[in-house]
Design a binder for this molecule. Structure first.
Ligand code: T4K
Length: 365
């Protein structure tokens, strides 16, 4: 074990392209002086992502939170209840509330950490219009079960796919399931444009609506036909996305190597367990581990911090316990996992020897 790290090791670091490749793309922006509003780099990013991941319709937007809001707006869910998971980032619920909807939390499966479809039907009320699953840490939701329930009760399905870029589920991009998927290109995500995100739908009319909504509700003739917002991505962000996209396959394989190293060192510890996920539909962007108690988690978190290593409690607390979001109803699995889960550092450039050091600190505590 080496001495305390001289530079902090954070839970993640953004993947960045060579600076000269980014500035070369920016040169065109300076020449054209088009900084935003569906500029050529935004259109190129959409086309390149569609081509690389065989996606029919994809609209890039300002960030992943706006992507969820646009999905809710496009599906006309204003004023309804949306069934979702309490084991997620706060943005899932706040996007629902900002769209004048109510989140109704349903507990998770304790192994996959995703919404448990067996609990959904009991939560449906007269006001329920949609189910919003979250592919937690890129682990696909039980898509077939959710689709079955949605069809039976005439509900829309939105996937918060903030973590789930770059993976296929069954025979196609995971983003093409549900009515709309909303992804994030935030700096901390596997594919980043600094800030950014996208909405994906196989329904071309819905895609057109998302495009209108992200531009204040204007149609192509600048008539205001929808109650929209400003969800536009800038050319500066699209440029970073394009430069990063060139390296995404190397980024993905690097994360898998780091994951495998952690797994090989931690799997034999009897106080740690892992998320269950399908190996071929997972992007390894997060390194979540579950401890046998919150007490042990807090001890390990502190031991890591005293070595200048900063793991993060994604996701804590379980959202059903936050008073301004909802009246408390127990979600036992989510509350337990939220208290005992830690995401360990994982990013391009993190050395395997640092991973070994982190595992050693964990094993000692
Ligand atoms: N749905 C889900 C399920 C989500 O997880 C998220 C976002 C969303 C929706 C909404 O998508 P966006 O609107 O964000 O596109 C982060 C991110 O801010 C957030 O995007 C993400 N989920 C969430 C899970 O994590 P923080 O507060 O933990 O991030 P922050 O800024 O402290 O960054 C973590 C570490 O990463 C830092 O300690 C250092 C490093 N870092 C971070 C940034 C931003 C860098 O090295 N460079 C950077 O530029 O929330």
């Amino acid at each position: 074990m080496q001495a305390v790290k001289s530079n902090p090791i954070y839970v993640t670091a953004p993947s960045l392209p060579p600076l000269d490749e980014y500035t070369e793309i920016l040169r065109g922006v300076w020449e054209r002086k088009i900084l935003t509003h569906n500029g050529p780099l935004v259109r190129q990013l959409e086309n390149d992502l569609k081509q690389k991941y065989a996606i029919q319709n994809l609209a890039v937007v300002t960030n992943g939170t706006i992507a969820i809001q646009l999905a809710i707006k496009a599906l006309g869910l204003n004023g309804s209840e949306i069934i979702t998971t309490p084991f997620t980032w706060i943005a899932t619920a706040s996007a629902i509330m900002w769209e004048n909807c109510t989140p109704r939390f349903v507990d998770i499966d304790p192994h996959t950490f995703n919404i448990d479809p067996n609990m959904i039907e009991a939560a449906i009320t007269d006001r329920t219009r949609a189910i919003m699953g979250v592919h937690v840490f890129s682990n696909p939701c039980d898509i077939e079960a959710i689709e079955y329930i949605a069809n039976k009760h005439d509900l829309k399905v939105i996937y918060d796919a903030a973590h789930a870029m770059c993976i296929n589920y069954r025979d196609k991009s995971i983003l093409e399931y549900g009515d709309i998927s909303a992804a994030s290109f935030h700096a901390t995500k596997i594919f980043n444009s600094g800030e950014g995100g996208c909405c994906v739908t196989v329904d071309s009319q819905l895609d057109e609506k998302v495009r209108r909504l992200r531009f204040f509700g204007h149609d192509k003739d600048k008539e205001i036909v929808d109650d929209g917002c400003n969800g536009k991505m800038t050319e500066i962000h699209a440029a970073l996305g394009l430069a990063n996209l060139k390296y995404i396959d190397a980024v993905l394989s690097g994360r898998k190597t780091i994951f495998d190293q952690y797994h090989s060192k931690l799997a034999n510890l009897d106080f740690i367990s892992f998320q269950d996920f399908p190996e071929d539909s997972y992007n390894y962007s997060y390194m979540p581990v579950v401890f046998d108690s919150e007490e042990r988690l807090l001890k390990i978190l502190q031991a890591l911090e005293s070595n200048n290593i900063y793991a993060r409690r994604y996701f804590y607390p379980s959202l059903n316990t936050i008073k301004h979001l909802t009246k408390y109803e127990a979600s036992g699995h989510s509350e337990r996992i939220a208290k005992t889960i830690l995401c360990l550092p994982s990013y391009s450039g993190l050395s395997l020897s640092t991973v070994d050091d982190i595992c050693e600190i964990i094993a000692r505590n």
